[in-house]
Design a protein around this ligand. Structure first.
Ligand code: G3P
Ligand code: CA
Length: 241
């Protein structure tokens, strides 16, 4: 069965990477959520997509130049819609703690492809290991050095190769990193590639699939998962196929 992951939570209908978006994903019956993480000034792991808070909150500045307490004072909902005013930037710890009350899987995307965060990988692994949720968490990143480092430190937590363009035999490349799955961009992904990768033991989770015709295409292809802003739509399609 193709699993349905809510991208940044249910981002199509709720403000990205907030508790409102994660709760909505759980409510509609998604199998998991995807979120993005950065390091704060005081070396805490914050759940936010961009390097700065400007686009998604009422504040400004780089995540790396603000403490977690400063980030938490910002409003992360009202730019999306006034009805979400009061949503906050979360720490990864808060999300992990919330996950103890549900059965969702969690895809943590390390956003350190362009920013240098010393020991980000060490800190991230510690938090996940301390949560006792290792079997429901996996990592992905466009920063493949980070994936390799994560895998060397703890080969038991799955790492997924996140990439945009087509790769030649991506499963062979993934092996060089110690990664266990592939997260390709959907327009550059064919049914044949999905089948071949999965035959070679590499589950494929395509991102970010928002149109129903593509949801159907990848569910029919037997993709391990679809990452989407609209999990409710993908779930309906999965139901009827
Ligand atoms: O995990 C897939 C997707 O989240 C990668 O792109 O920019 O939405 O983080 P982005
Ligand atoms: Ca992401």
């Amino acid at each position: 069965m193709t699993k349905i992951f809510a991208h940044r939570g249910s981002f199509g209908t709720h403000p990205e990477n907030t508790m409102a978006a994660f709760r909505e994903a759980e409510r509609v019956g998604a199998n998991g959520i995807e979120l993005d993480v950065h390091l704060t000034k005081d070396n805490q792991i914050a759940v936010i997509h961009d390097n700065t808070v400007d686009r998604t909150t009422n504040g400004s500045g780089e995540v790396r130049s603000l403490t977690l307490d400063e980030l938490r004072k910002l409003d992360a909902g009202s730019k999306y819609s006034e009805k979400f005013r009061g949503e906050r930037i979360l720490s990864l710890k808060e999300v992990l703690s919330w996950m103890k009350g549900n059965t969702l899987e969690l895809n943590v995307e390390l956003k350190n492809a362009t920013v240098e965060y010393p020991d980000f990988e060490v800190k991230l692994l510690q938090e996940v290991q301390n949560s006792d949720l290792e079997d429901r968490v996996f990592f992905s990143s466009f920063n493949h050095y980070a994936l390799k480092k994560m895998n060397e430190m703890n080969p038991d937590i799955e790492c997924a190769v996140l990439y945009q363009e087509r790769l030649y035999k991506p499963w062979d490349y993934a092996k060089t990193l110690g990664a266990g799955s592939l997260h390709p961009h959907f327009p550059n992904t064919s049914e044949d590639m999905v089948k071949e990768a999965q035959k070679n033991g590499f589950p494929v989770r395509v991102y970010t699939v928002n149109k129903e015709k593509y949801m159907e295409k990848f569910i029919r292809a037997g993709c391990a998962a679809i990452i989407t802003d609209y999990p409710e739509k993908a779930l309906r399609i999965r139901e009827r196929i």
